[in-house]
Ligand binder design. Sequence first.
Ligand code: BDR
Ligand code: CA
Length: 312
Amino acid sequence: MKPVILDVDTGLDDACALLLAARHPELDLKAVTCAGGNVGLDDVVRNTLTVLDAAGRPDVPVARGAAVPLLQPVRMARHVHGADGLGDIDWPRSTRTTDRRHAVELLRDVLREAAATGELITLIPLAPLTNIALLLRTYPDAAAGLREIVFMGGAARIGNATASAEFNIWTDPEAAAIVLTAAGELGVPTTMYGLDVFYDVVVTLEQARGLSGSPSAELARKLIEKRSSLYQSDGASIGDGGAVCAVIDPSGLTTQPFPVRIELSGSWSRGRTIVDTRDWSADLTSDPHGLSPTKVQVATAVDGKRYAELWL
Ligand code: BDR
Ligand code: CA
């Protein structure tokens, strides 16, 4: 089994990812950490516990993390995820409590243990990267427990929060810059599952209607129905869920190694991932922050049908 940790801002599509990570027989879900993002931290935590309850996984430790980005105020996406972040669907919400540790401490402990046993962990951040930046700056030794990072965020082409920037990176660009820089310095292999593939793993309403017989299947169906109705479509992308598919079945994802920088200023481009697709690397100007770009495996294409089947 592949040990994984998810960092989430649950979120309808984070819920799709959590269900898959909690239920797939090849994954060992060690912990889930929460950050403010799509909705406020209290809603994120409640939604996360609710999804894990539905998946029959109350054993997975869940920790509260950063409520707000490092520098700028939190900006949510309730128009995409509903007022409570879980599409306001008719489903009993969890009343369970979280692990007593802060997300950064839970990550530190699980990763240190992984480093000690040699069972290295794949970290799957699906939210603004605030918790992960705090972790790598506070306890850089914990990176020794990482096999790789596969994060949902960014785009080589268009954005969604703005024309330039994807929501997770746009919400906390400083955190994203810290994580990419630290991953480069600490030698952690990193994959960017961005908007270039994010929308391409689509589950149709017809497929979703076949999901029944267990709480996790019922919830999965409701998530797709809700996302489809929000997008006024006859199906919906599993969004963040695709990043979990990529960890289970990497051969369904095409990636290319490119240097990536985070735009930290710019009136219309703050939060953009600058993916350098040139086949030469000279820059005519120097980085204003003195940061070197990190080489990241950038997802450029996905076998959407295969991942949709995997999720189903
Ligand atoms: C990302 O932002 C959130 O709305 C989703 O949960 C996903 O992680 C897409 O830009
Ligand atoms: Ca998310």
